[in-house]
Design a protein around this ligand. Sequence first.
Ligand SMILES: *Cc1c(COP(=O)(O)O)cnc(C)c1O
Length: 428
Amino acid sequence: MFNPEKINFEKFENKVWLSSPTMHGDELQYMTEAYETNWMSTVGKNITEVECQIAEKVGCKYAIGLSAGTASLHLAMRLAGEHLYGMPKLGKGSLYKKKVLTSDLTFCATINPIVYEGGIPVFIDSERDTWNMDPEALEKAFEIYPDAKLVVVANLYGTPAKMDEIRAVVKKHNALLVEDAAESLGGTYKGVQTGTFGDYNCISFNGNKIITGSSGGMFLTDSLDDANKVRKWSTQARENSPWYQHEEIGYNYRMSNVIAGVVRGQIPYLEEHIAQKKAIYERYKEGLKGLPVTMNPYDEDNSDPNFWLSCILIDKDAMCRQIRGEHHALYVSEHGKSCPTEILETLAKYNAEGRPIWKPLSLQPIFRSCDAITKEGSIRGCTDAYIPGRKESVGYDLFSRGLCLPSDNKMTIEEQDKVMEIVRACFE
Ligand SMILES: *Cc1c(COP(=O)(O)O)cnc(C)c1O
């Protein structure tokens, strides 16, 4: 129960953000260069440079600059769909009516592109060691859907998934893998950068990511064929002819040279941002000791996350009663206990921004009819508002008891101490 007497300050004068853009000056120089040379277009030196630098940093052959991470995911789904099922007929996507096995606990942008291509997501539950896709549940899903040929895995909050295990299951079933590394750029698994584990890989430069272009994203691959297709599709799929010749459906998904200027200015600071985010994570971990909470976990032997967001999970027996409907939440205050709703509301009262853990996509009304798979087995979709059994998942448990704390790399130590004071006061 929150006790305001335990707080010895009014509220933050400047809002403490969850994760906001951090500019360094070089960004403006490269944007200005685009302006002054009149490359105010989707062609230009910033794009070429950024593609080169990211490919080198991540360790892949080709990086294609796009308008968003979501655009990259869309092109990844289409590539996978056409590879698996051939070129789609007009009016049907390349994944038309095909089941696609995907992370359940993630941002909707991981899986909306499956639906853009006509596919039907099947949601795979999380495991507790990294909060990412559970390889056991994935294996279960292949038993239930032996025809499934595509898997989409996201690295949540910058923490790499269990890539060896997931890739083994994918390979065993002769399927393809899309890696959504939008949140994990710069994070590594067994010394290898995330964004290289899939057959198709996607990153994002959205405003709140570890580095940003204000918007933007990239498709990463070692395949020259795929790189060429993505470049072509992202610029309206023009054929190499003297006129506008079209043999495929295209998109307007190319990155702008102005946006690329921002990204170009940010790339040299990726490691610095990761170090700052890691320090924030470590300070929370140390400072919240003694409270009935744990931090978002990662495989300390095998992975180095980028620590994009610091999250906590409240112990089961320290949870006060909390009920979440589709649009509102209620809780009952109790001594010595708290819940995400109480902590988030209290942080907001003091002008600090937290966020709930992603609500599992299988629990979103729009995906009600889709199936969800836990380690124990299948929970069939239905059209009723209430889906029996679906709240038994690990993902739902993380959503119920977890939250993201302010993780902005410009947050001062004093500010972070105060954030922890607030969290502590919630368990009075
Ligand atoms: C941000 C994000 C995306 C989408 O990236 P945009 O660049 O905003 O389109 C996709 N997946 C995950 C997991 C994300 O966090």
